[in-house]
Design a protein around this ligand. Structure first.
Ligand code: GLU
Ligand code: ZN
Length: 478
């Protein structure tokens, strides 16, 4: 059977990391099996659904590279899938459920339900466990009277399924009530929309958050009544904060697009998300292709995993280093520009500088920060570094270094290093006497990539000019 999976977000906010992980597991499964990945926008909660949230879903998935085969913007028979455009289909299925005595119209008013709830409270002392008492189950069917539609759940026995992630799950029917499937205005509630869509879209496996375990009994009941096989189910535990609570904005950046703004690599986000709840031996770093190859349901954890920023940063930095310097340079460009540095995208110095700073940068923002001094007329000088290293007694050494460097043929890292090292040795000057002062003069900072690397990328004129300026500053420091 061809694998058909789906991701069915409700457009009520930004795309949360947990939802992105659900999308990812589905996408990986589709790609691994040559199946289809369907995107369906569950927009039936009209009060809470917004265009911005919809756009955020598309942008987030686009950024992560989770492309869908069917759904919004696909066209033809393959979409768009917005539930509000499918009301007719839900209506037909509800009619079938009613005709088969698996659902019924309920004419109770809000006032009726309030009274029933009060009666329950009076009898039991509280309103926990209040369930719709089934008042309309045996009432005559009056399609023209204002109504909602309710599912008729069995009054005894139980329902269960073998969940790919959670194992055997069973609910006694006494825990279930005749839940509303369709509102008065003909708009479906979640359970109806999801089942009708999963059925008519031929979904073979449903992977979603485990907050939907409680909805599954009602959904199974509908499949049975509609005479359709129940798809395989995989309920994914949620992502937890380090404290064990559900991860929220209070604990971390939880929107997918937040990580774009933080200068993360999409593949790193995927890698970190996949590992939050799935393992493959003790491997931590995976390329996208490896994930497609190795992902399985068997190794998805049954319980929630905790968000760990340190691990995320480690995965992120590892992915950054897997990219080509030219790509990192291009992807960092936005932040380079934001720093007010003017450097053309094809300036070869940008790629060279990026290559130098990559081993110690965690994000594109850090890359931009680290290449800053290469692209200013004069570097921004850290006053503490200057105070410590550009001191009067260093001035002569810096001037002597300039003289030495002026004599070097060509301007390549190795030639520069050989020449300077030979000079230091001949004069019996320890490297540390010039290394930090030269670094501060060239970069304005205490830490940087290797001095000779920096000089090569800066070029001859800039390097000599900065060293001479550093010597002047040192002299002036008195
Ligand atoms: N719209 C539901 C949600 O966002 C989808 C649940 C499902 O995948 O069935 O939670
Ligand atoms: Zn009723």
């Amino acid at each position: 059977m061809t694998v058909r999976v789906r991701f069915a977000p409700s457009p009520t906010g930004y795309l949360h990391l947990g939802s992105a992980r659900t999308a990812l597991y589905n996408w990986l499964w589709a790609r691994q099996n040559g199946g289809s990945f369907v995107l369906r926008v569950e927009d039936t909660d009209q009060e809470r659904s917004t265009q911005e949230a919809e756009a955020a879903i598309f942008d987030s998935m686009g950024w992560l590279g989770l492309d869908w085969d069917e759904g919004p913007n696909v066209g033809g028979d393959h979409g768009p899938y917005f539930q509000m455009q499918r009301l007719e289909i839900y209506r037909e299925h509800v009619d079938t459920l009613i005709a088969r005595d698996a659902a019924y119209r309920c004419y109770c008013t809000a006032e009726d339900l309030k009274k029933a709830r009060e009666a329950h409270t009076a009898a039991t002392g509280n309103d926990h466990g209040f369930r719709y008492p089934g008042t309309c189950r045996e009432r005559a069917d009056e399609p023209d009277r204002e109504h909602v539609v309710r599912l008729k759940v069995p009054t005894e026995g139980s329902v269960g399924w073998k969940d790919l992630v959670k194992g055997e799950i069973e609910f006694g029917w006494e825990t279930q009530q005749d839940a509303v499937l369709m509102r008065r205005n003909g708009v479906p509630l979640y359970n109806l929309g999801a089942v009708v869509d999963d059925l008519t879209m031929g979904i073979t496996l449903i992977a979603r958050g485990d907050d939907h375990v409680i909805n599954t009994p009602q959904q199974i009941r509908m499949y049975e009544a509609l005479g359709a096989p129940v798809p395989q189910m995989a309920h994914l535990p949620m992502i937890l904060a380090p404290s064990g609570e559900k991860l929220s904005k209070r604990h971390a950046a939880v929107g997918v697009l937040d990580y774009q703004e933080l200068g993360y690599v999409p593949d790193a986000v995927l890698n970190y998300l996949v590992r939050l709840g799935w393992s493959h031996g003790d491997q931590e770093i995976f390329t996208r292709d490896e994930l497609v190859e190795k992902f399985d349901w068997e190794h998805v954890g049954h319980t929630g995993s905790k968000y760990d920023l340190k691990k995320f940063q480690h995965v992120q930095a590892s992915h950054l280093r897997m990219l080509e310097p030219a790509d990192v340079a291009a992807l960092s460009q936005r932040w380079v520009t934001e720093r007010g540095l003017s450097v053309a995208e094809d300036d070869p110095r940008l790629v060279a500088a990026t290559e130098l700073v990559m081993p110690r940068a965690g994000t594109f923002i850090e890359v931009a920060e680290a290449v800053d001094y290469f692209f200013r007329d004069t570097p921004e000088v850290d006053p503490k570094a200057a105070k410590k290293f550009l001191t009067a007694e260093r001035a002569e050494r810096l001037t002597a270094l300039v003289t030495q460097l002026e004599a070097v043929e060509g301007w390549r890292r190795d030639g520069l290093e050989q020449h300077v090292m030979a000079w230091l040795q001949a004069e019996d000057i320890p490297l540390k006497e010039i290394a930090q002062p030269a670094r501060v003069a060239l970069t304005g900072r205490k830490a940087s990539p290797g001095l000779f690397d920096v000089m090569e990328v800066l070029g001859r004129d800039r390097s000599l000019e900065r060293l001479a300026a550093g010597a002047d500053r040192a002299r002036a420091a008195g």
